[in-house]
Write a protein that binds this ligand. Structure first.
Ligand SMILES: Nc1ncnc2c1ncn2[C@@H]1O[C@H](COP(=O)(O)OP(=O)(O)OP(=O)(O)O)[C@@H](O)[C@H]1O
Length: 301
């Protein structure tokens, strides 16, 4: 088996609505892949198709070389979906033990409590946990069977910063063991921090595919930022060479530039009233904004 996931020309319609259109994607073992996209782009539908929870209208899906609905495949797959899995009348430890019993080679309860940071809540009823802690419990349950592939649908929504950082560390550790992780997220910082590969979906189609670095380079955006004095008007800035866009927040100005050298040279030569000049590469946020605004596609791999 070369690919953990292999989707070929997958389409999913709900009535006349095509939630996913002609999606083809292969994923190598040991990859952390983030699916990014605006609301309604088709991310959750894609994950549900990959997990065999939905049947494609057309096209084929192979997970770990088999049918996603096959019991042998499911033994090797963990999923943390958006709904909460707390069970009435069971505490955290009991809930974890119940889920462990579904698998042939589960992780130990202690290990699961540790990776979810739930040791001190082991005796708390699942339904009494805060939203962020319930998501951590969901993570423990997704990991119960020591899966080879882990699907996470917006896993860190509701987690505070330290929980999120701990969670990222565990994901990286898991990936370093050669396991594959596929997550959907709205946090671009998250996709940038932990992914080997980012796939952007818009209107059910892949519009970009590559490493975070490749996507940033492919769009080649650079920025000049500075604090502008009163005399530095937008009209003046617009006349600079290589400036594509001007963004202002109070006195702070950010120029999106196609040629940072030419723009910078002109700022200095014209003696513009500016301070604290910096030249930066664009972040994933700029890539995402550009892709969802223009529908322009980027294939970096
Ligand atoms: N069961 C369903 N019946 C009808 N339409 C659906 C169904 N599930 C999803 N859709 C539609 O398919 C499209 C894709 O939805 P999906 O939930 O996959 O998007 P998403 O990218 O996960 O969005 P979000 O970021 O808001 O979670 C949307 O237009 C949605 O309304």
């Amino acid at each position: 088996m070369k690919h953990v996931l292999d989707l070929q020309n997958v389409r999913k319609s709900f009535g006349s609505k095509n939630a996913v259109e002609d999606l083809s994607l292969t994923v190598e073992p040991g990859t952390v892949l983030s699916l990014l996209g605006p609301n309604g782009a088709g991310k959750t539908t894609t994950v549900s198709l990959m997990l065999g929870l939905l049947k494609p209208t057309s096209g084929t899906i192979r997970l770990l070389g088999g049918d996603p609905r096959d019991a042998r495949t499911r033994q090797r797959v963990g999923a943390m979906l958006q709904e909460v899995s707390a069970i009435e009348r069971l505490n955290v430890r009991e809930t974890i033990e119940l889920f462990r019993s579904f698998y042939e080679k589960p992780l130990t309860t202690d290990k699961l409590l540790e990776i979810a940071g739930l040791h001190e809540h082991a005796k708390t009823m699942g339904t009494a946990l805060s939203g962020g802690l319930q998501r951590r419990l969901n993570f423990a349950l997704a990991m119960a069977g020591n899966p080879d592939v882990l699907f996470l649908d917006e896993p860190t929504v509701g987690m505070d910063v330290s929980s999120r950082t701990l969670f990222w560390e565990h994901l990286r550790e898991f990936a370093n063991q050669g396991k594959t992780i596929l997550l959907t997220t709205h946090y671009l910082e998250e996709a940038d921090a932990i992914s080997d590969r980012v796939v952007v979906i818009a209107n059910g189609r892949i519009t970009a595919d590559g490493t975070p670095g490749e996507l940033k380079n492919a769009l080649g955006k650079r920025f000049i930022t500075f604090r502008a004095g009163d005399r530095t008007t937008d009209a003046l800035l617009q006349q600079l060479p290589g400036v594509d866009r001007i963004e202002r927040s109070g006195r702070q100005v950010r120029l999106q530039v196609s040629d940072s050298d030419a723009a910078l040279f002109a700022i200095v030569r014209n003696g513009l009233d500016v301070q604290d000049i910096e030249v930066k590469g664009g972040g994933l946020e700029d890539v995402f904004r550009s892709l969802t605004e223009t529908g322009e596609g980027v294939k970096a791999s």
